[in-house]
Design a protein around this ligand. Structure first.
Ligand SMILES: Cc1cc2nc3c(=O)[nH]c(=O)nc-3n(C[C@H](O)[C@H](O)[C@H](O)COP(=O)(O)OP(=O)(O)OC[C@H]3O[C@@H](n4cnc5c(N)ncnc54)[C@H](O)[C@@H]3O)c2cc1C
Length: 395
C-alpha cells in the first residue's frame, strides 16, 4: 500500500487528499498533516474584516471531514522534510512517505518592511482568520473617530486581490454609514499600474480600475515601494509620507520554512506540468507554494498570484498523476495555468477570466455585474459544502 503524506489542509491539501482517496481507495494510506485544525475559506476573509461574515460562517473542522473518508488527520506542524530519506518531521514524530504533496501556502514576510503587519507593526492584514478578526476590531474602533485610510500592497507582493477588495468594501461600508466624506482613502501599490494584478493586466483592467477608483474618489499611487510604516504614517521609498488612522497592507510572500529548502531563493517550489518536483520525483507541490516566473520585469519587484481556482486545478492534476503512477494508468493532461476569479466590489463584483494566466492570451473576460456578486456568495456556500462532504470530483 502506497504511503501518501499531504502537508496543508486548505484548498490544495484537502482537494488532493479527497481526490487521491477517491481514485485509489485501499491502494493508498493517506495522511494529512496540518498546523490548523480547521479549513478556512480564505476568499471570505475580507468579509470577516468588514463584519459581513463570522468565523463560524466560513470554517470547517478538519478531523471529522477527513476521517469520514478514511484519511488520517494529524494536527501538527511539519518542521522539516528530508527529501533524500522521504520523511516529514514534526515535533513528536517522523512520517515516512512514498509520495509527498506540499500544499503549505505562503509564509507572510512582514519583517521585510519595518513597521509592517499586525503583530509587530502598525498595519492590519486580512490574510488569515486571526488577522481578519483583528482587522474587524480595528475597523470598529476606527469608525468611532474616522480619519485617513491607506490600503495597499508592498514590494514583492503576489496576492493583489485582497487589497482591491478591501478598498471597494470599505468605500461601500463608509458610504452606507454616510461618513465617506470624512475619510480620505489612498491606495498604494507596487504594481506598475493599477489593474496589473501581477499578471501583466487583463484586457482593459487598467482603464477599468482607473475609472473605478476615480469614481469612488480613492487616490492611487502606483509603481512604488514602501520604506517603512510609522505608527500613524506610511513612508514611501520616494520620500512621500501618507498619514493614516487605519492602514491595511498585503505583505510579500515566501515559501514556509519547513519546505523552503526544496525551492527557489524565496522558498517557492519549481514544478513540472504535473506539479511534480523537478529533482525529487516523489514530491508534488500545489497552490501558493509553487514557483511561477513573473511575465515581465517590473520597476518594483512583484510576484504572480496563485488563486483558489488555480490551486484546485493543480491539486487535481497532482492527484491524477500520482494515482496513474500507482495504478499503472495514463497520466493526466498537464495543467496549463489559467484563472477564473471574482473580485468583490462592495455592492457588485468583477468577474475575471484569463486563459492562459499570463499574456499573450487566447481568452480574456472582464465584467462588472451584480451576477458576479451572487456568484461569489454562491461559490463560498458551494465550496464549503463540497469540502464538508469530500466531493472533490465536482468542479
Ligand atoms: C484574503 C484573500 C482573499 C482571496 N480571495 C480569493 C478569491 O476570491 N478567489 C480565489 O480563487 N482565490 C482567492 N485567494 C487565494 C486563495 O485563498 C489561495 O489561492 C488558496 O488559499 C491557496 O491554497 P493553498 O492550499 O495553496 O494554501 P493555503 O490556503 O494558504 O493553505 C496552506 C495550509 O497549509 C498549512 N500549513 C502551512 N505550513 C504548514 C506546516 N509547516 N505544517 C503543517 N501545515 C502547514 C496552513 O495552516 C494551511 O492550512 C485569496 C487569498 C487571500 C489571502
Amino acid at each position: 500500500m502506497a504511503r501518501i503524506v499531504i502537508i496543508g489542509g486548505s484548498f490544495g491539501g484537502l482537494t488532493t487528499a479527497f481526490e487521491l482517496k477517491r481514485l485509489l481507495g485501499k491502494k493508498a494510506e493517506i495522511t494529512l498533516l496540518c498546523d490548523q485544525d480547521k479549513f478556512v475559506f480564505i476568499p471570505s476573509l475580507p468579509w470577516v474584516a468588514m463584519g459581513w461574515r463570522s468565523a463560524e460562517d466560513i470554517t470547517l473542522p478538519l478531523m471529522p471531514i477527513l476521517e469520514r473518508k478514511g484519511i488520517t488527520f494529524i494536527h501538527e506542524e511539519a518542521k522539516g522534510v528530508d527529501a533524500d530519506s522521504s520523511k516529514v518531521m514534526t515535533e513528536t514524530r517522523e512520517i515516512l512517505y512514498d509520495y509527498l504533496i506540499i500544499a503549505t501556502g505562503p509564509y507572510l514576510a512582514f519583517e521585510e518592511v519595518p513597521g509592517l503587519g499586525p503583530e509587530k507593526g502598525h498595519t492590519e492584514c486580512i490574510f488569515t482568520l486571526e488577522q481578519a478578526e483583528r482587522a474587524r476590531k480595528a475597523c470598529d474602533k476606527f469608525l468611532e473617530a474616522p480619519g485617513p485610510i491607506v490600503i495597499g500592497s508592498v514590494q514583492g507582493v503576489s496576492c493583489f486581490g485582497p487589497p482591491y477588495e478591501y478598498a471597494f468594501e470599505i468605500d461601500t461600508e463608509l458610504r452606507r454609514r454616510k461618513i465617506r466624506h470624512k475619510v480620505p482613502i489612498t491606495f498604494v501599490t507596487s504594481e506598475p499600474y493599477i489593474g496589473h494584478f501581477g499578471i501583466g493586466g487583463l484586457g482593459i483592467s487598467r482603464r477599468w480600475m482607473e475609472d473605478e477608483f476615480s469614481n469612488r474618489d480613492i487616490k492611487v499611487i502606483t509603481n512604488t515601494a514602501v520604506e517603512e510604516i510609522a505608527p500613524d504614517e506610511v513612508r514611501l521609498k520616494n520620500g512621500t509620507k501618507i498619514p493614516f488612522k487605519l492602514a491595511m497592507f498585503a505583505p510579500a510572500m515566501k515559501g514556509v520554512p519547513a519546505v523552503a529548502h526544496l525551492g527557489n531563493p524565496r522558498g517557492f517550489i519549481p514544478v513540472d506540468e504535473h506539479m511534480r518536483h523537478k529533482t525529487h520525483r516523489n514530491i508534488f507541490t500545489v497552490g501558493v507554494a509553487i514557483a511561477i516566473l513573473p511575465p515581465e520585469q517590473t520597476p518594483v519587484p512583484i510576484g504572480v498570484p496563485k488563486t483558489g481556482y488555480m490551486t484546485v486545478r493543480m491539486a487535481k492534476t497532482a492527484a491524477h498523476a500520482i494515482a496513474a503512477e500507482i495504478s499503472g494508468g495514463v497520466p493526466p493532461k498537464p495543467y496549463e495555468m489559467d484563472v477564473i476569479c471574482i473580485m468583490d466590489m462592495g455592492k457588485t463584483a468583477g468577474y475575471m477570466r484569463a486563459k492562459p494566466l499570463l499574456p499573450p492570451r487566447q481568452e480574456t473576460t472582464l465584467k462588472k455585474t451584480i451576477f458576479a456578486k451572487w456568484m461569489k456568495i454562491g461559490f463560498e456556500r458551494y465550496f464549503l459544502w463540497k469540502m464538508k462532504h469530500g466531493l472533490s470530483k465536482l468542479p
